[in-house]
Design a protein around this ligand. Sequence first.
Ligand code: F6P
Length: 545
Amino acid sequence: MITKSLTQRLAWKALTAHHRKAKGLHLRELFANDPKRGERLTVEAAGLFLDFSKNRVTDQTIALLLQLAKESGLRARINAMFRGEKVNVTENRAVLHAALRAPRSASIRVDGKNVVPEVHAVLDKMAAFTDRVRSGAWKGYSGKRIKNVVNIGIGGSDLGPVMAYEALKNYSARGMTFGFVSNVDGIDFVEATRALDPAETLFIVSSKTFTTMETMTNAQSARAWLLKGLGGNPKSVAKHFVAVSTNAEKVSAFGIDTANMFGFWDWVGGRYSMDSAIGLSTMLAIGPDHFRAMLDGFHQMDEHFRTAPFAKNLPVLMGLLSIWYNDFFGSQTVAVLPYENYLKRFPAYLQQLAMESNGKRVTLEGKPVNYDTSPIYWGEPGTNGQHSFYQLIHQGTRLIPCDFIVFARPLTPLGRHHDILLANVLAQSEALAFGKTTAEVKSEGTLPGLVPHRAFDGNRPSNTLLADRLTPATLGKLVALYEHSVFTQGAIWNINPFDQWGVELGKALAQRILPEIESKVIPKLKHDSSTNNLIRRYRKMKAAK
Ligand code: F6P
């Protein structure tokens, strides 16, 4: 039981005092004074190697951060989550994404019931369905085999599937196309289906609640598109629509046979669901064996997180380092920079994972926090980012900790490309850490007026995560690593990473504004003068066409 608020804990106070000294240290000195630092400040687990030596930390910083984790009751929180306790206190739910990847033989209880058999029953149902679709045994209404799969979902019911599809494209069935429709902007649906033959298209309507406005609107448009293309018989829907949801009633009300529904449970948060049935499009793309390999990767990282001492625990260390910059240096963002083009949607995926989880301003007890919570996650794959925003990371006024994600072996070797890619990522972390001093710039004969422009102060921190190659298992490990790092941060900030009340107000207001926009008679508007004016203007502009 934690009684002291975060800023009153001894380790927090010690870190505040320690930061006053540590902020003046330069990575140049830290490395010069400790020739083995680059080998020492590393940790490896489940085939992921983390070099955290280029962070602005000393051994004392790490010791104090570990002490903070201890004083914050992190161990008890981890155990409570894995035991199936209702750690999502505001929704009174267990949080058991770890059960989604537990082996068949495991036993994890929610309200006294072992949920692992149900998890595997759904996985088996997904695998049987996948085999039928991929083999052509599942036929569309007019007897053609399915060649196109379109996932309709948003947030956690989209970002995970899209990210995983892009990340694992190399393992996917190349004879099929996979599309993702999320935005209620009609263009998303129109573009995704433009070149598709309805007779060969399967829609997966993915929604935990099956009430989300965007997804339901897109699903209705998909239904209309299909019926129009296949002659209008409502019976065709059953052959071209399946659902992934926790809400069987709503699925059936939409007209999808619940026999073609793949379920999951309220103890799976949307942003933690890519390894549940929400991953059906992923399984259709890469096949059941690769999907299970991905789950095994997740599980390996779960076990590491659950059992490893904090000093050797990858997610714990990454979470603590993030707190160090966020709460002591005042860094506002974290850049996630994968040097693997297949991971191009990974930063977008992480944005929901981290920011919907830890973008909170009150503690578990509902008291306002007096410290910063989640940083902003962002990023793009290297080397592209080097030629756009890295300038700011190198020479701007903000401190932006970076996570570089690197693989030793490319999935599709091509000449010298991979060595060049690797040379670039290593060069970036080196340049960020050590910079280029004024003396070095001068010694190159640089014109005096240009010296300040060409000097790099360095001391800009980064982690480098190195793995062998991007396999399904590696992807699982990587996602679980960030899930647990986010958990670690949330536990220390004493907030609930598993609810998302902050998205509700906008949803409710949209429901109120929609009829005002659509009504034939001019509505009486009771918003603020800006919103009223914009609604009136929009009504006029759309009437003018
Ligand atoms: O609006 C936020 C949110 O509830 C996310 O948490 C969730 O991932 C997304 O919407 C989609 O929800 P659903 O799967 O219920 O359609």
